[in-house]
Write a protein that binds this ligand. Structure first.
Ligand SMILES: Nc1ncnc2c1ncn2[C@@H]1O[C@H](COP(=O)(O)OP(=O)(O)O)[C@@H](O)[C@H]1O
Ligand SMILES: [Mg+2]
Length: 320
């Protein structure tokens, strides 16, 4: 049967206001039960979680103009703010975005607007896409991801027109619009070759975002802010810079990711040291690797010394 620790973890997850966390713990309990030879119970528990998931992850059917098919992809994320591990100052600023949007009518009554146009900058795997999903969930809006690379490659010559259609959508269908890999167009004015099209797209973007007075959030994310044209920065209400996780964030990332697999006497000090310089995404992947290894060797816990080699492996992958 589930241990008292697991039952406590489940109950805590239930009141943590984080359905994702509750599901993770439930799946971890199932994995633990399987390692104890309770295969049928583990299977039943997983089936309950799968069924609940299927009901929640309804595909969102949005009627786009035919020209935008494939260019914009919409989903309804269910990740809460509690899942995001960032230094406090940055979490506070994301919280402020949520507060201002929720109470936007109050602000507008005084002639002010909520911050709605955000530029997220930081290395890959630091939580930018995750933030867009969380904002959508917390604001009860759909998330629409704009495939910028496709805009400039497939629609050569007509991309400013497509961009206008996207901004029409932004004006009429409130959602969080994520322009991922924004440097694909945001660097347009400084690039040497193929400048013509890029410059047109960037100029169109600058003009449309300036005019936008919608109820949507516009989130642009980039791994290389140094490539961005300077004219862009002042079009955004906020620039959020995502650092690599510090020691305290690494501890929280590991503790969240391992959940009930976390060994009682887990040696955080060695793990915090071995994860220096890794991104949140790499740390979460190493934790998954360690949990898989535990499950395959019929163990229900991950000790620090078992996680460290997987963290080293992620350093290796990065060096290649
Ligand atoms: N700051 C973070 N807090 C919690 N999880 C994170 C964080 N950064 C990365 N992750 C984990 O890594 C995954 C990928 O991160 P993502 O948001 O796609 O990175 P980015 O968009 O910055 O490249 C996330 O889904 C999450 O599991
Ligand atoms: Mg991303």
């Amino acid at each position: 049967m589930a241990t008292s620790e697991q039952i406590k973890a489940l109950v805590r997850a239930h009141w943590s206001d984080d359905p994702e966390r509750f599901r993770t713990v439930a799946l971890q309990v199932a994995a633990h039960e399987a390692t104890q030879g309770h295969g049928i119970f583990a299977h039943e528990l997983r089936a309950i979680v799968d069924n609940a998931l299927r009901k929640e992850h309804r595909a969102v059917i949005v009627q786009y103009p035919p020209e935008l098919q494939g260019l914009v992809r919409t989903e309804e994320p269910s990740t809460p703010l509690a899942a995001l591990v960032l230094p406090n100052g940055l979490t506070d600023r994301i919280h402020r975005v949520i507060e201002e949007y929720v109470q936007r009518d109050k602000l507008r009554a005084h002639g002010l607007g909520p911050r709605r146009k955000l530029l997220l900058a930081g290395l890959p795997g630091t939580g930018k896409t995750l933030t867009a999903r969380i904002l959508a969930h917390e604001l009860q809006l759909p998330l629409s991801v704009v495939q910028l690379d496709m805009l400039v490659t497939k629609y050569m010559g007509e991309s400013p027109a497509r961009l206008r259609q996207i901004f029409d959508l932004i004006a009429h269908s409130p959602a969080v619009y994520l322009f991922d890999e924004f440097d694909a167009i945001g660097g347009g004015r400084t690039l040497g070759d193929d400048v013509g099209e890029m410059r047109r797209v960037l100029n169109a973007f600058l003009q449309f975002i300036e005019q936008d007075r919608s109820d949507s959030l516009i989130v642009a994310a980039t791994n290389s802010p140094e490539l961005l044209d300077h004219a862009l920065f002042r079009r955004f209400d906020d620039l959020l810079e995502y650092p690599l996780p510090g020691p305290e964030e690494r501890r929280r990332l590991v503790s969240n990711a391992l959940g009930v697999f976390l060994d009682k006497r887990f040696g955080f000090a060695t793990v915090i040291k071995a994860s220096t310089g890794l991104s949140g995404a790499e740390i979460v992947l190493a934790c998954c690797d360690a949990m898989k290894a535990a499950i395959l060797s019929d163990s229900s816990h991950v000790a620090a010394r078992a996680l460290v080699p997987f963290l080293h492996e992620r350093h290796e992958v990065r060096r290649r």
